[in-house]
Design a protein around this ligand. Structure first.
Ligand code: ZN
Length: 252
């Protein structure tokens, strides 16, 4: 409960970047951000290595929020789920939130990774619960209030962004996203955002550095933390996140 009080009421929220590279980065790991010690935003990084490396046990996350079903945002779940099931005596339950189709996607991921018997073992040992969200839906994950927003990224499946928090810090997360009304709504509802910045110049499916500059101009009350990095060129006034970087919010 201490975590919930801190997020909702008091000034500090801790986030740790476990992977900050775009899908095919040659320098950085794939997407995952730990909020406090209990909530993961996406799961593309090798979490069985990266959580302990930042001093967090693989048993500590209680919820995972998936933005969409691309490998660079999800494949770390295969090892985390089975590792948690097989290496812990008393594996704590885990809730997984994501767009429509998350349950089926997870089944396929685990079947391909470990086979159906191990998938069933992990599912039952972790008392895995999957909640498939619609844009606009409010929910509670790891004791934190959250809202889902529709993002435009892949045309093949639903993609979501999130805003976490209530009365205190309101932290947005874009996942992967082009410019859209849903992205604008997310930015209007948060005071800090973890935003993707894949390209230097505008192109399909992702945000570009020039568009980040435009969004920062349009939302002066929002502090930007940039991840899913393509260009490494700094953006004045924003944090260009690095793997294993830990940040306390609100930014001063
Ligand atoms: Zn993607």
């Amino acid at each position: 409960m201490a975590d919930k009080r801190r997020l909702l009421g008091s000034p500090l929220v801790e986030i740790t970047f476990l992977g900050t590279g775009a899908a095919f980065s040659s320098t950085s790991y794939n997407a995952s951000v730990l909020v406090e010690r209990t909530l993961l935003l996406d799961a593309g990084a090798p979490l069985c290595v990266h959580l302990p490396r930042v001093g967090v046990g693989i048993d500590e996350p209680r919820a995972v929020l998936l933005s969409h079903f691309h490998a660079d945002h999800t494949f770390g779940l295969a090892a985390l789920l089975l590792g948690r099931s097989l290496t812990l005596d008393d594996a704590p339950p885990l809730e997984i939130f994501g767009p429509q189709g998350t349950g089926r996607y997870l089944e396929q991921l685990l079947d391909l990774a470990w086979g159906d018997a191990m998938r069933e073992l992990a599912w039952s040992k972790l008392r895995l619960s999957v909640r498939e969200l619609q844009p606009g839906e409010r929910f509670t994950a790891a004791g934190m209030e959250a809202t889902a927003y529709e993002m435009r990224h892949s045309r093949r499946f639903s993609c979501l962004g999130y805003v976490l928090g209530g009365d205190g810090v309101r932290l947005g997360y874009t996942g992967d996203a082009e410019l859209s009304d849903g992205l604008q709504a997310l930015l209007a509802d948060c005071d800090h955002v973890i935003a993707e910045m894949t390209y230097r110049e505008p192109a399909a499916m992702h945000l570009a550095r020039t568009q980040i500059l435009q969004l920062m101009d349009e939302h002066p009350g929002v502090r930007f933390l940039l991840t899913h990095r393509g260009p490494d060129e700094p953006v004045k006034g924003a944090i260009l996140a690095r793997d294993f970087q830990r940040v306390q919010l609100p930014l001063t």
